[in-house]
Design a protein around this ligand. Sequence first.
Ligand SMILES: Cc1ncc(COP(=O)(O)O)c(C=O)c1O
Length: 302
Amino acid sequence: MTNAAPRWAWVDGMLLPAEDRHISAFDRGLQLGDGVFETLRAAGGWVTELAEHTARLRGSADGLAIELPADLATRLANGINDLLAAEGLDGPDGDASVRITVTRGVWMSRGLLPRADEDLTATIVIQAWPVTAAPGTTPAHGITAVSSRVRRDPGNPLATLKTTSRADYVYAKLEARRAGADDALFFTVDGHLSEATSANVFLVRRAADGAMELATPSLACAILAGTTRSWLLRWATGVGLRPYEGELTRDDLAAANEVFLTASVAGVVPVVRLDGQPVGDGQPGPWTLQARADREAFITRA
Ligand SMILES: Cc1ncc(COP(=O)(O)O)c(C=O)c1O
């Protein structure tokens, strides 16, 4: 998928031309990555799982004690609608990637944390980009991934929050780029599979008792609780795959019939090579393609 340039940004309730300057140099998000965010898909003007994303945004903000307005859900819903309309992405053919960013706000002092009695007003920004397939490619053909050297610590209280401090993830993407791959997979400090740089990971495999299983790292493996991940775990039972959440190893990955990533905008993306080795027969597998088609139908309400 690729992103055309947006024309507008929604900043604290106002639609502003995208090319203007919007945010104070003293904003804590800019200075310290002291913020949280969400990325959502809006197809045909319908925002997929807005309530789930708003709840997760609240959870991430709570984790950093960032105060949010009581009417956040209404503000976001209205803001997204106004922005999609301004960008012309609200019609039946509209397909948008929507990003909500919330920072602790502007602070004129310096240091890591304002005093407890200092009231900051959170900065809230919404952006939208049209979702279109990158020229000559389609995620349905699959991507390649490498293992990142960055390790995730399941004991780290920040591991499951969607904060704007993303240097680890940027570093892992650089590792992928340098290896000629599309993405990187994180492992935990104790060697278990965690997630990708902006997606959860699933394997399709045959279990010891012969049943076909849809396996994914549990929430204890330093992952983001993905909205697409939850949907896929419910989907699995309906299509005859046994869902499994637990600890997975490199050997489990290497032995899997199929591997795919899940995220709100990209949907279900097959992984066809891992650390230079083909996954299964090196082609997107049938379960992956079915998951991709079914999730896409849900998003587009086809
Ligand atoms: C690190 C990480 N894991 C997983 C996900 C998938 O979450 P969701 O399905 O809610 O988009 C994302 C999404 O951006 C992510 O950044």
